[in-house]
Design a protein around this ligand. Structure first.
Ligand SMILES: Cc1cc2nc3c(=O)[nH]c(=O)nc-3n(C[C@H](O)[C@H](O)[C@H](O)COP(=O)(O)OP(=O)(O)OC[C@H]3O[C@@H](n4cnc5c(N)ncnc54)[C@H](O)[C@@H]3O)c2cc1C
Length: 394
């Protein structure tokens, strides 16, 4: 059964060149990068902090920053906005190296992300839960969001879907694939200096350690009953685990510092882009003339084809076409819902890659807004030049 709601007028509370949905790694990167190109930008976030899963799920290591180059050398491949963040957090003594991955403190990360948003003049709206898109044919006119001010509309020339779950894809009727994956959790202990069992990792803060739970396999990250069940189950498990870990010698004062305020949903809706990047392409070092960024991989990862050791993990190119929908003219997609095939799920949705795709989507959105053209018609060589001028290595 469905209810018809009464028709009512929804006030347009703001208008911008670019509206970005989601303040995770991809959304912040997109917002800052679009604003740096001179665009007037609004960033919508339902929580009261930035960073998405990075800060809200205690997911700390920025994976993908290294990979194996064609010459066989293990090299750094992610620069640009991602590098700016890591440099700043490291200078604050709030970022350590965990294996090869820069691993910042989540509170310091929230602080730094907000600082970039303020400095670039992005209008950030917290507490805005976007729920629909208003369309005119193949263009999005506005995003509708619920917040404490009521139900509101935000208009823009171009939109970025950085919701992680491809929410705008659904509302705009764009082509996507729905995927299930394991839903997990990360958490932190305080006073944990003496806890040294497997799976316990150092953080940038003395005596604070972070841990990781794989979680239940093949889960639907869009089913609200399932999400509530898992959130409650994991919170109980983390508490019980903390009580168990307190029994270790020297751990009497250990405590659960935080359980994730955002459940660890890995993947849900993924764009069927103009071109989806594939795992096989990454292994072949496929070169794209519309490459907008590079990504690496986790050297210890096991793939469906077997375990690849570090020197076999290629640095792979991300084509602009994988951020680009086939139908809607004024939408770009970045973060864990851009166009990649199932085999590339691990590398394509890591924080490093989300920062890279976000930066490109933001700059491209600013260009499409300025030229009033479809996102599929912007000058990609100009986009690449602008990204290079923002420190991105292609
Ligand atoms: C358990 C777990 C462990 C992981 N471990 C690592 C790791 O060690 N290293 C690594 O690099 N990556 C790791 N990842 C992957 C990585 O954290 C995510 O893929 C990455 O954060 C995705 O970034 P994003 O910006 O695309 O989306 P998200 O981080 O999901 O951010 C999306 C943002 O959009 C907001 N939003 C969503 N819908 C709406 C809406 N309708 N209205 C308003 N706001 C909305 C959300 O509140 C959120 O802030 C892990 C993921 C999980 C789940």
């Amino acid at each position: 059964m469905c209810w018809h709601t009464c028709k009512r007028l929804i006030p347009v509370i703001d208008t911008a060149d670019v509206v970005i949905l989601g303040g995770g790694p991809a959304g912040v990167s997109a917002a800052v990068s679009a604003a740096r190109c001179g665009a007037d930008v609004i960033l919508l976030e339902k929580q009261y902090y930035l960073g998405g899963l990075w800060t809200g799920c205690c997911v700390l290591p920025v994976i993908d920053t290294y990979g194996c180059a064609k010459d066989g050398q293990w090299k750094k491949c992610i620069f640009g906005f991602a590098q700016e963040l890591v440099t700043e957090l490291t200078q604050m003594n709030m970022c350590i190296q965990y294996q090869e991955h820069p691993t910042p403190d989540p509170e310091a990360t929230k602080y730094v992300l907000e600082k970039y948003i303020s400095e670039t003049g992005v209008r950030l709206l917290y507490n805005c839960y976007a729920a629909n898109a208003i369309m005119s044919g193949d263009r999005i006119d506005a995003i509708i969001a619920d917040c404490k001010s009521g139900r509101v509309a935000l208009e823009a020339k171009v939109f970025n879907d950085c919701s992680g779950d491809g929410d705008i894809l659904e509302w705009a009727g764009e082509d996507f694939e729905k995927r299930n994956a394991h839903i997990g959790a990360m958490w932190r202990y305080g006073n944990a200096a003496n806890l040294n069992r497997d799976g316990v990792n150092e953080t940038a803060v003395k005596n604070v350690k972070f841990l990781h739970m794989h979680g239940e396999d093949n889960q639907d990250g869009l089913d609200v009953y399932n999400l509530t069940r898992l959130q409650m189950k994991y919170r109980r498990m983390l508490w019980e685990k903390a009580m168990e870990d307190k029994q270790q010698p020297g751990c009497e004062d250990l405590f659960l510092l935080d359980s994730p305020s955002q459940l660890g949903v890995r993947v849900t809706r993924v764009l069927n882009a103009v071109h989806n990047v594939s795992f096989e392409d990454s292994l072949k070092y496929t070169v794209y003339n519309d490459c907008i960024g590079l990504s690496g991989g986790d050297s210890t990862r096991t793939y469906k084809n077997g375990t690849l050791n570090g020197s076999e993990r290629p640095i792979w190119q991300i084509p602009y076409r994988s951020l680009t929908p086939k139908r809607v003219h004024n939408l770009l997609v970045a973060g864990r819902c851009f166009g990649f095939d199932v085999g590339l799920t691990y590398d394509a949705r890591e924080i490093g890659t989300c920062l890279v795709t976000g930066q490109a989507a933001g700059v491209a959105a600013a260009m499409a807004s300025a030229s009033r053209s479809s996102v599929r018609d912007i000058d990609v060589s100009e986009l690449r030049k602008k990204l290079i001028s923002q420190g991105v290595k292609l």
